[in-house]
Design a binder for this molecule. Structure first.
Ligand SMILES: O=C(O)c1ccccc1N[C@@H]1O[C@H](COP(=O)(O)O)[C@@H](O)[C@H]1O
Length: 197
């Protein structure tokens, strides 16, 4: 099972978690997030296996492309109102696109965009991302598209066994439930996660 750890920020913590072999590592460029890395953040060297992901909420396409070159990510995760026009522009610039969808009902899975991956996260009022809560996973039985999806929303190691056989599931995303404080992961919890995976 592929896995992504998100909301990283501190150099030593990044290296310790990267050494445990995530397939994706996410860095959040959303100023309102407690995990915001800051405008000038540059992603440190990661193992070859680990793709760096820039996470955004309604950032302009031009800024994302410029940041991808300055900061060093090849995958972008979009949590705002971005649609197919932005997705295609980012793909044309050589980026892989993960489109995050806040899921609260089956209507949220009526999708027509063509990202490389969807990421299904928990809908919680106006909050986007980092809720630390699950959504009703039974809704995922209604997802019939052939675009693979990443599951997010309050995941922790004990959830792996419950979700790993969901059809269409590409990867699991771990964020706030593995934290000691925002932007700093508990390496022991990440090790336990790796055992479960
Ligand atoms: O974590 C944040 O602060 C955040 C802010 C803005 C956009 C995305 C954010 N995080 C993403 O949210 C999901 C779920 O996180 P959690 O496990 O519920 O804490 C994950 O993909 C994070 O990348």
């Amino acid at each position: 099972m592929k896995w992504k750890v998100c909301g990283m920020r501190e150099p030593e913590n990044i290296q310790e978690v990267a050494a445990l072999g995530p397939d994706f590592m996410g860095f959040i460029w959303a100023p309102k997030s407690p995990r915001y890395v800051g405008q000038d953040f540059v992603i440190p060297a990661l193992p070859e296996k680990t793709k760096a992901v820039g996470v955004f909420v309604n950032e302009t396409t031009d800024n994302i492309i410029a940041l991808s070159k300055n900061a060093g990510f090849s995958v972008v995760q979009l949590h705002g109102e971005e649609g197919q026009i932005e997705i295609e522009a980012l793909q044309a610039a050589g980026l892989q696109v993960i489109k995050a969808i806040s899921v609260g009902s089956v209507k949220d899975l009526d999708l027509s965009d063509k990202p490389n991956f969807y990421l299904f996260d928990t809908k919680k009022g106006a909050q986007v991302g980092g809720t630390g809560e699950h959504f009703d996973w039974s809704l995922l039985t209604q997802y019939k598209l052939d675009i693979p999806y990443i599951l997010a929303g309050g995941l922790q190691s004990g959830d792996v066994e419950k979700v790993k056989d969901f059809p269409g599931l590409y990867a699991l995303d771990f964020n706030s439930k593995l934290e000691i404080r925002p932007g700093f992961k508990d390496v022991e919890q990440v090790k336990e996660l790796v055992k479960q995976l």
